[in-house]
Each structure stands twice: as structure tokens, then as C-alpha cells.
Design a binder for this molecule. Structure first.
Ligand SMILES: [Zn+2]
Ligand SMILES: [Zn+2]
Length: 426
């Protein structure tokens, strides 16, 4: 994927609503070539359109020095069907895929991209609010059931005390889901249920938290409701990308993300929105937006200071985007996206292409090339003879015709689980 004309055609497309509108204000020459308007001229009634400014997941190979970012969640902590909480998937030209935050509801969007679970194993968490890691269970158990052969790896910050850090949180996660773990590891296979945690000092400033020789990830502290939250700076193929977690305007962000190619930073709706439309009391509304988060004018001021090649605002209900845009434009007039779920960017030294991903509501799991290991016979069976003794034979035997046929087709005679059962009537 490398065609910078996409960007130009996107600029002229009205389909992206708010986003297109805001970019147009700053690209007055975008209408120069009408043949490229709204996705490109269609040469005849039965002809193929040259361009549709949409991204069909799984159909494009990235260039080696290119990064694709998909917004898998851009909203708030309270669940809604149409917008998930924070999650950004970074896909690198070398094949690596990193998930930055995995907030509540995000797995529905992530799964809609139909990426085999074995390629979604690395998660970077900005902080431990549920709207930034609440859907870890879906990735963990869902990916395990859908064929992931390996454990998950999680990077996240420490806290003021061990109990406020990422390792403690993941340890608690594993305790909370112990029944799930024990039963799934027996029925499926144990290894993919493990989670490796890489906890790092939240106070470190622009220090490396990940380095595989091609991708480097650094962290900087954020200011948000308590010690611990961080933002991430990602370096790949001479590109500098930033994923900002929740933060009020902070000096570390301004100092260390200057001139970055692609900068994601939260931008909250203003206090009036939180009071009128979100139902918060006024005393909370003006602090939520503006003391432990960044509102539109604050976001814009930060972006004007760091001057990124492309800025992305997220963490606001989509119905408040129009006002948010006006708020941001009061302090920033550079390249900008107000992110919506499934917005997609291709980033290279040639420029930034923005499109919307088109994905199915009912995506199913897709296999990758690596087979998942089979069951491990050393894992203890979490079901007792008491429970087995309640199996009702006629119900089980009613499935025999279907299972016999399946066994024949898949050569399962040697692993038939039925003959040892007292109720079995072939
Ligand atoms: Zn938060
Ligand atoms: Zn948040």
C-alpha cells in the first residue's frame, strides 16, 4: 500500500463527515483535479472504481517501511454498542502487530479485522483503567479458543506501590479467571493461557521498554488521576509514532514527541458536554475534562507545540466530535483526525493516508499458519466423578449419527471419547 493520491482523494471525500470537513478547511486546493473526487472517477457503468477511500482488512500488504494503525476503540468507559473504549492496533511493515490499550468493547472491533490470534500477542497498556485494558479477557480467552499457540505478552507501567502496578493487575486477572484457566487448559491446551508481564518504571523518561532490533518502544510519564499512567513513543523505519494514554497536558509529552510523524493523544469533550449530555455534576465535569484529561483547546495547544506530521484525537463520544473539532481548532490548525472506531491510517515517509476500515459484524476466527499444540495429559481434570455421574445417556446418544459421520470424515476413531462412557450405545 503506497499511493499518496489516496490522501488527496480522501481529502475531497465528504463521506468521512467531520474529519473530511476539518481537513478540507486546511487543504483548499484539494478540489483541483475533479477526476479524483470522492474516491476517483468511475469510467463506465460496468467499470471498476479506481479507489474507494476505504480499507478492506486483510487485502493489503504493507511496504517494509510502512505502518498501519487501526483505531479499535476511541470512546469512553461506559459501554455502548457503537463505540468501544481505547484501543489502537499498530501493524508494522516487518509483520509485527502491537496492541496499544485494549479497552472495554475493543475486542469486537479487533476481531472484525479477522487477524489470526497468533499475530495478536503483544499488548502495551498505558494505564490500568478498565477503558484501557478491560477487554484483555476477550483477547486472552477468545484467542486461546480460536487457536493461538503461544502465551500473551503484556507491557505496562509500575505504580507507586507494587499493588498499583501492571504485574499485580495481571496476577489478579489470572486469579479472577482461574476457573476459566483451569478448565480451558485441560480441554484445549495450557501454554496459550499464560501471560508474560513486562513491568517497567512509570517514572522513566523516554527510556526503552521494548527493542527487537527493528521496533523500539519508549515510555514517558503521564498525568492522570494517580501515579502510573504512561504514553508510548514508537520508532520504526525512521518513523516516530506516539500513542498517548490518558493524560492532562504534560511537559514530558511536549518535550519528547516533537516533530513526530504520527501522534495519538486524548482529547475530551468540554465541561458543558459532560454536564448537559453526560449527566455529570458540574464540579466533576470541569475536572474530568480538564484537570486529569486534556480538552480540545489543551490538545490543540500541545499539538501546536510539537507540530506532528499528523495528529489524532480520541476519547470522546462521537456525537460530541463537532464541538471537539471547534475546540481543537481554537489552538491548532495542523493536520488532524478526530478518531472514530475503525478509522485506519497508513503512515510512511511519503505521508499519511486516512481511510475507514470496512469489516463484518459477524467475523469468525481465522486460523494462522502455526498449529496450536494438542491437549496436555499431565493437566489435572477439573471435573469430578460426581459431575460426570450426572451425564444423561439418551441426550448424549442422540448425537451419535452426527458424531459418527464427523469421526469418519476426520479420522477420529483412535480418539473417540464415547466408548469409556457407561451410557454409550453405538
Ligand atoms: Zn484513565
Ligand atoms: Zn480513559
Amino acid at each position: 500500500m503506497r499511493n499518496i493520491n489516496h490522501y488527496k482523494t480522501m481529502l475531497t471525500g465528504a463521506a468521512l463527515g467531520v474529519t473530511a470537513l476539518l481537513v478540507l478547511q486546511h487543504a483548499p486546493n484539494a478540489f483541483v483535479d475533479s477526476s479524483e473526487a470522492a474516491g476517483g472517477m468511475v469510467p463506465g457503468p460496468n467499470a471498476k472504481a479506481p479507489d474507494r477511500y476505504v480499507y478492506y482488512p486483510g487485502t493489503e500488504v504493507l511496504d517494509e517501511d510502512e505502518v498501519r494503525v487501526v483505531a479499535c476503540g476511541t470512546g469512553m468507559p461506559d459501554q455502548r454498542r457503537g463505540q468501544a473504549a481505547a484501543c489502537f492496533l499498530f501493524e508494522f511493515g516487518n509483520g509485527e502487530k502491537f496492541i496499544f490499550d485494549i479497552g472495554t468493547g475493543a475486542m469486537r472491533n479487533l476481531n472484525a479485522l479477522m487477524i489470526p490470534p497468533e499475530f495478536l500477542t503483544k499488548v502495551f497498556i498505558s494505564h490500568l483503567h478498565t477503558d484501557h485494558w478491560g477487554d484483555l479477557d476477550g483477547l486472552w480467552a477468545g484467542g486461546w479458543t480460536a487457536g493461538r499457540p503461544v502465551p500473551l505478552e503484556i507491557w505496562g507501567p509500575s505504580g507507586q506501590t507494587p499493588e498499583m502496578g501492571t504485574a499485580y493487575a495481571v496476577d489478579g486477572f489470572m486469579r479472577a479467571f482461574n476457573w476459566d484457566f483451569q478448565t480451558r487448559q485441560f480441554k484445549i491446551t495450557p501454554i496459550p493461557g499464560q501471560i508474560t508481564v513486562h513491568e517497567f518504571d512509570y517514572k522513566q523518561i523516554n527510556e526503552i521498554v521494548y527493542d527487537d532490533g527493528e521496533i523500539v518502544v519508549r515510555s514517558i510519564p503521564a498525568i492522570h488521576t494517580g501515579d502510573g499512567p504512561v504514553s508510548y513513543i514508537i520508532e520504526y523505519a525512521d518513523l516516530k509514532l506516539v500513542f498517548g494514554g490518558d493524560t492532562a497536558p504534560n511537559k514530558w509529552f511536549v518535550e519528547h514527541t516533537k516533530d513526530a510523524d504520527f501522534v495519538i493523544h486524548e482529547a475530551f469533550a468540554g465541561p458543558e458536554y459532560f454536564k448537559k449530555d453526560y449527566g455529570q455534576p458540574a464540579q466533576l465535569a470541569w475536572r474530568a475534562c480538564c484537570e486529569f484529561h486534556s480538552s480540545g483547546p489543551a490538545f490543540g495547544k500541545v499539538m501546536s507545540e510539537i507540530s506532528p506530521r499528523h495528529a489524532v484525537a480520541y476519547h470522546t463520544m462521537e456525537e460530541a466530535h463537532q464541538q471537539l473539532l471547534l475546540d481543537i481548532r481554537s489552538t491548532y490548525d495542523g493536520p488532524l483526525s478526530v478518531a472514530m472506531d475503525m478509522m485506519t491510517w497508513n503512515i510512511s515517509k511519503d505521508g499519511v493516508i486516512e481511510r475507514m476500515a470496512v469489516s463484518p459484524d459477524r467475523a469468525s476466527a481465522v486460523p494462522g499458519p502455526t498449529p496450536q499444540p494438542g491437549p496436555d495429559s499431565s493437566v489435572p481434570n477439573p471435573m469430578s466423578e460426581f459431575t460426570y455421574s450426572g451425564e444423561w445417556g439418551p441426550g448424549f446418544n442422540a448425537q451419535n449419527d452426527m458424531l459418527d459421520e464427523f469421526s469418519k470424515e476426520n479420522d477420529l476413531k483412535d480418539v473417540d471419547w464415547r466408548p469409556s462412557k457407561a451410557w454409550y450405545k453405538p
